[in-house]
Design a protein around this ligand. Sequence first.
Ligand SMILES: [Zn+2]
Length: 156
Amino acid sequence: MEPNRLACKVCGTLALESTLLVNSGLCMSCVRAAADKALSELNDALWKKFGVLYVSNPLALSRNKNTSYRQSVLTFSLGVAQAFDELGLATVSLLERYRQSPEHFYIAPTDLTETGNQFVGACFNKWLAKTDRWKPESRTAQKLKESLAKELRRCE
Ligand SMILES: [Zn+2]
C-alpha cells in the first residue's frame, strides 16, 4: 500500500503523513529552514548577551529524531570547526571539541583570535542565515569550509 501523502502547511509540498505528524505539519525542508533561522536569531542574541555561539543546534537536535536532519546539522558543525581551525580563527582546537561532543558543539569568544571574534561579531550569523537556502546535499564539510573562507575575505 502507498503511504499517505499530505501537503506541508508552509510550502504545500507533498510529504509523508508520518513526517508531517511529528513536525507540526511541516515538511523536512521547512523544518530545517525554520530551525536554521531560529538558530541564527538565537545566536545573534546569545553572542551579544553571553558570548556563546551554538553551531550544532541543541534545541532542534533534541526534538528532531530525523536522521538526515541530524546528519546535516552535524556535518555543518564539523565543517565550521575545521574551517575555523584552518583559517586561524581559533586559539583552541575546535575540531577536538567537536569530536568530544558533536551534538553540543559551541564556540565562545575566548576560543577565538581577535580576527575570529570580529568575524563572528560582524559576519558569521549572516553567513549562517545564507546557508539556510542551501540544498541538503550541498551541505558538505568541504563546501562549508570554502564558503566560510570566502565570507571571511568579504568580511575584512
Ligand atoms: Zn514545506
